[in-house]
Design a protein around this ligand. Structure first.
Ligand SMILES: [Ca+2]
Ligand SMILES: [Ca+2]
Length: 125
């Protein structure tokens, strides 16, 4: 992880040094590890972050019913469950509050705000 971070910042430094005008914004605004689904307690990817590479049927108390922004940095591929469905109750119960396609980042959603309790990776939304 440290090595990877170093490589990324080295690449960024190289881009900056090589006169990279229009330093392209990173692919996503949200700071979320590749391959993972991330949830923040505040809008705009702020506050404490929870992240998972797999499913979670019962979010920890501090993030349950506190989710206000979301990012799906899952890896896509043939036959891969790369969408994420968030549910209002534990164990994928109740309504689906929000569903993210691969790469999708949502900085706020009034319907889903502070309702999530579980999520699962899925083939679609
Ligand atoms: Ca919140
Ligand atoms: Ca809930």
């Amino acid at each position: 992880m440290i090595i990877k971070r170093f490589a990324v910042s080295a690449a960024a430094a190289f881009l900056a040094l090589s006169g990279g005008l229009a330093l392209a914004a990173p692919a996503g605004a949200a700071d979320c590890p590749s391959g993972e689904f991330c949830v923040w307690e505040n809008a705009n990817f702020a506050g404490q972050r929870a992240n998972w590479s797999g499913d979670d049927g019962w979010w920890e108390g501090w993030i349950a019913d506190s989710d206000s922004s979301w990012a799906n940095h899952g890896i896509s591929g043939p036959g891969v469950k790369d969408h994420v469905r968030v549910y209002e109750d534990a164990w994928q119960g109740g309504d689906m509050t929000i569903c993210l396609s691969p790469g999708q980042e949502v900085d706020y959603n009034g319907v889903a705000n502070d309702r999530g309790d579980s999520h699962t990776w899925a083939m679609n939304c």
